[in-house]
Design a protein around this ligand. Structure first.
Ligand code: PEP
Length: 250
């Protein structure tokens, strides 16, 4: 049985000292028990967080990446740079980057491929807006995002990625999808990935207003292997409670 996977997306929160304090606080609060955990601090705190994680069993991820290895791309960070900081994972195509920073499906595809080629495991975010759901287009939108991110990958060699189903309307809103809605979409994503020949160790997460009180409902859904967590990952005590609750479900 897979261990529940929790990815903490700290967005533009926490400096180096605050990231180190989080790791200390999490361990003092009892750690993450059964769960596998990826912490994704801002770029400026990757190295400090990576050092704090040595020997803890927790792993490091970044929130974004550029697809080129180096060059004239002011403000961007490459896969080798992230690896040199100790990253093993990178979030790709988060809806805040798509919506606020104008990231296109084409850019997401390049990032996804660059991460995979550089042996950073991509955590691909997909999800529909409220309007798209209301119009009954959820599967179509998510299917298209998946297809475009994976386009060009050989059918028999889809990388061992993690996919996070993150309905845009549930992120940071306090209104999570129902467990049934999230489970249905996780199984849809799993079917789509298998259809493309993806390996069986594929993991699918739910993200959007997850907290210690509702994580159990999501983890109980067949097809959901864990969660991508924003707000509830910022406080070490809340995150420890969330990990304990996730661990109890397996
Ligand atoms: C996210 O940032 O991907 C997210 C799911 O945020 P929150 O948990 O705050 O909704």
């Amino acid at each position: 049985m897979k261990r529940p996977l929790l990815v903490a997306n700290w967005k533009m929160h926490k400096d180096q000292a605050e990231c180190r304090a989080f790791v200390r606080g999490l361990l003092e609060a009892g750690g993450v028990g059964e769960c596998a955990v990826v912490l994704c601090p801002p770029f400026t705190a990757l190295e400090a967080t990576g050092r704090a994680l040595v020997g803890t069993g927790l792993t490091l991820g970044a929130q974004d990446v550029h697809w080129e290895e180096q060059g004239a791309f002011t403000g961007e960070i490459s896969v080798p740079m992230l690896k040199a900081c100790g990253c093993e994972y990178v979030i790709v195509g988060h809806s805040e980057r798509r919506r606020i920073m104008g990231e296109t499906d084409g850019m997401v595809q390049l990032k996804f491929k660059a991460a995979w080629a550089g042996t950073l495991t991509p955590i691909l975010c997909v999800g529909e807006t409220r309007e798209e759901r209301q119009q009954g287009n959820t599967r179509q939108v998510v299917g298209k995002q998946l297809e475009l991110a994976l386009a060009g990958s050989r059918r028999d060699a889809v990388p061992p990625a993690i996919v996070a189903y993150e309905p845009v309307w549930a992120i940071g809103s306090g209104v999570a999808a129902t467990a049934a809605e999230a489970g249905e979409m996780a199984r849809f994503i799993g079917d789509e990935l298998r259809r493309r020949g993806s390996p069986s160790n594929q993991r699918i997460l739910y993200g959007g207003s997850v907290h210690p009180q509702n994580i159990g409902e999501f983890m109980a859904q067949p097809g959901i292997d864990g969660a991508l967590v924003g707000g509830a990952s910022l406080d070490p005590h809340v995150f420890a409670a969330l990990a304990a609750a996730a661990g109890r479900c397996r």
